[in-house]
Design a protein around this ligand. Sequence first.
Ligand SMILES: NC(=O)c1ccc[n+]([C@@H]2O[C@H](COP(=O)([O-])OP(=O)(O)OC[C@H]3O[C@@H](n4cnc5c(N)ncnc54)[C@H](O)[C@@H]3O)[C@@H](O)[C@H]2O)c1
Length: 448
Amino acid sequence: MGIEAQGGQKTAGANTVAPATGKLGVMVVGLGAVATTFIAGVEAVRRGLAKPIGSLTQMGTIRLGKRTDNQSPLIKDFVPLADLKDIVFTGWDLFEDNVYESAAHAQVLEKGLLDQLKPYLETIKPLPAVFDQYYVKRLHGTHVKTGKNKRDLANQVIADIQAFKKTVDRVVIIWCASTEIFITPSAVHQSIEAFEKGLDNNDIGISPSQIYAYAALSEGVPFANGAPNLTVDTPAMVELSKKNAAPICGKDFKTGQTMMKTVLAPAFKARMLGVSGWFSTNILGNRDGEVLDDPESFKTKEESKLGSLDYIFQPELYPDLYKDLYHKIRINYYPPRGDQKEAWDNIDIFGWLGYPMQIKVNFLCRDSILAAPIALDLVLFMDLAKRTPSLRSIGIQEWLSFYLKAPQSAPGLYPEHDLFIQSMKLKNTLRHIMGADLITHLGLEYYD
Ligand SMILES: NC(=O)c1ccc[n+]([C@@H]2O[C@H](COP(=O)([O-])OP(=O)(O)OC[C@H]3O[C@@H](n4cnc5c(N)ncnc54)[C@H](O)[C@@H]3O)[C@@H](O)[C@H]2O)c1
């Protein structure tokens, strides 16, 4: 008989996840709005100045056993996560601004808070970046590495990682840098060998984000990707990730409009309501908005944002409801709003006998405020994956799809976009690695 807290699926788990002892080094690629809001936020929480709202690892609980057991510890007390006080930050950027200066420029956090954190934030100064304007047209930076080819640049990033490793116990890298131009996977992305040849030959298909990712994975360091760039979504990087036990996950933080989409669309599908059109538009005035104003970077973002509805609605299974869905996404650069994005969705749905209805969603959000806790959770969970024998060598951590607009999954497997399926998958993965019963929500045992 099925039970809500399902037994018989325990793993050896509990004693095999290595503890989070010592310092966790976090290397952030790109010290812009999201990264500085993340770093300053962690420091504010460490000092007791604010709460880590939006972070599942810091505020979330996990139910264990039956509903009648009343056992719901904090996630951070259930799985061995690094403590915030043990995180050490560094990063790369093509501008020389330290984290205080960059945060002040981004204008996300109030000056009063930033000034309290200034002595600490000023100490985090970027390493020179791997950058090429061909891949991000709207940026011009001078704090940039030079080398004889892409292999040389990768080796310089590897040297940065090795030097940082000497000062901490473990390292995770997270991409919080800009959206690159759209790159279609080509021959150079099909194997480690082809990729390494491409580094030697300066293959145009290898962008800076791929160079950082190659360096991270070569060093056995987990790599999370907050932007929609191709980066690790290639057979070569999956192979390298598995080979060196360096976890990867999908791409592009799932923050505002797409988060809402992956909540609303599953509700329509669960109730068998049809959708004929979904128009999404945004105004955004930060540097990310400026980069996305370039059509080639926008294309990368658009592809990442478009995927979710098709996968959730499964028009091949429900042609009467979703096969004619018209999905359109616009992002408009509008400087007066800065980081305070405004998003509008018009959803044309239809119900019983085909009668049409409309839903309007107007989300006035703060982009980096939504992204910062996701960056924190990804870093902590990727570090956990690296310390977990059953996770570290599988490559893609599909259980972290919860955080990402474009989840990555095994070849031939469609990705799960539904936020609630993703949430269940994440929590069951935590139960699984700790040897606890999985929860199926069947619940018949309460009525025996
Ligand atoms: N904030 C959100 O809600 C959200 C959601 C999903 C994805 N993202 C993505 O997160 C990324 C960061 O967003 P942001 O608002 O902080 O942008 P931002 O422009 O403020 O910061 C990006 C930083 O990356 C640096 N950079 C660019 N290329 C680099 C390279 N090759 N090496 C090192 N540094 C480099 C830039 O100089 C800049 O300082 C963007 O790609 C954005 O699309 C943000």
